[in-house]
Design a binder for this molecule. Structure first.
Ligand code: FE
Length: 382
């Protein structure tokens, strides 16, 4: 396959009028249109002068199109994976939430089955699981149901790893201040990215885990202790320590000026854009459910009945466009925040940039981040 006549944002730099060559599920070449190889019988996609960028990696997404990871359904996960290329996402972590152990086990087992035998070219790939809850703090539960919240425990974490299958849990959101000693070290030893979230931790509590391998903060500013000059919290730690921070850049979860501030302090290499979207994304306004709770979707907001934000209904490409509009971020910076940073921190060496030998996960989009086409593992998504 050749994608021709586009601005190619390759790992090695931008090519103004270029092409990208794909064979099977890999990128095998790219260059200027003047050097386009003449090959017979290749599928050609004309980018018509638009941008050719790496497919987005969404490491925090609960659902879309009426499906939630917690539904524990192969059919549902298939619909989930098929709908995401529309927003430019080619790789994601199916994200669980606080529920009974049995319900979490069911979601982990279904996602494991999907990863083992249902990932296919032409649809977004489930690369693993983000376990969000039950290891959080009731004080910052957000939209997570309180009755099922438990303190982070190594024994329970080992149980979840056993159910999910080796290597499938890639990221765990947890509250360090209520965690068993050694919890963060246990995650690191299992190649799992530890992420502080739904937490009332002080700066010092975050820093202690940072010294032991903590690298990430879940939806920075949302559902955590903040930044106060006499009681420094998770937000202070996010600014003050060399941590990567997730941002829900939907214009609802964070004020644009806060996004601008985060971008200025952290820089584009320490920000990961996530949607944190729930099942109502892409559907009409109305009543939906999240972890057994009623959620009301109106426009671009989804809230519990008490008004608490219940995840987002945002698409990755609109979050990326917001980032550009709020901060003036360049395309290269947005690529870092939508693809490269997450791929790197999750240890997905074959994803996140356009380079020879990498997976053919490619988005063709306008400068305003409207998606023209998405190629997943070398196959054009329908
Ligand atoms: Fe959350």
């Amino acid at each position: 396959m050749f994608i021709i006549n586009g601005i190619v944002y390759a790992e090695t730099g931008k090519i103004e009028n270029g092409y990208l060559q794909i064979e099977g599920n890999k990128i095998i070449g790219y260059g200027a249109m003047s050097e386009l190889p003449t090959t017979k019988e290749a599928e050609v996609i004309d980018a018509n002068g638009q941008l050719i960028v790496p497919g987005f990696v969404d490491q925090h997404i609960h659902g879309a199109a009426g499906v939630d990871t917690m539904d524990a359904s192969i059919e549902g996960l298939t619909r989930f994976a098929q709908t995401l290329p529309k927003e430019g996402t080619t790789t994601f972590l199916a994200t669980t939430m606080t529920q009974s152990i049995a319900a979490i086990d069911a979601a982990l087992a279904a996602t494991r089955t999907f990863i083992e035998s249902h990932n296919q070219p032409g649809q977004a790939q489930i690369a693993g699981i983000h376990l969000e809850g039950p290891f959080i703090n009731c004080a910052y539960k957000g939209a997570q149901p309180e009755e099922y919240i438990i303190n982070p425990s190594i024994e329970m974490m080992q149980h979840f790893i056993d159910v999910a299958g080796p290597g499938n849990i890639k990221l765990v959101t947890y509250a360090p201040e209520v965690a068993e000693a050694g919890f963060v070290e246990f995650l690191v030893a299992n190649n799992i990215v530890p992420s502080v979230g739904h937490s009332s931790a002080t700066f010092a509590e975050v820093e202690k885990d940072f010294d032991n391998g903590l690298t990430n903060i879940t939806h920075f500013h949302n559902a955590s202790s903040g930044h106060h000059h006499r009681t420094p919290g998770v937000v202070t730690a996010g600014f003050g320590l060399d941590l990567t921070v997730e941002i829900i850049c939907d214009g609802v979860h964070l004020h644009p000026d806060v996004v601008k501030t985060v971008k200025k302090v952290k820089g584009s290499d320490k920000i990961v854009l996530v949607t944190d979207s729930m099942s109502a994304k892409g559907l009409e306004d109305g009543d939906y459910s999240l972890g057994g709770q009623k959620v009301i979707k109106v426009g671009n907001e989804a809230r519990l009945e008490d008004g608490t934000l219940a995840g987002s209904v945002a698409e990755m490409n609109s979050c990326a466009c917001n980032m550009k509009n709020f901060t003036g971020a360049t395309v290269e910076e947005v690529i870092a925040m939508t693809a490269s940073n997450a791929a790197r921190s999750l240890g997905m060496d074959t994803k996140g940039t356009l380079a020879i030998g990498k997976d053919a996960d490619v988005v063709i989009m306008t400068p305003e981040y409207q998606i023209e086409a998405t190629i997943c593992q070398g196959v054009l998504a329908k």
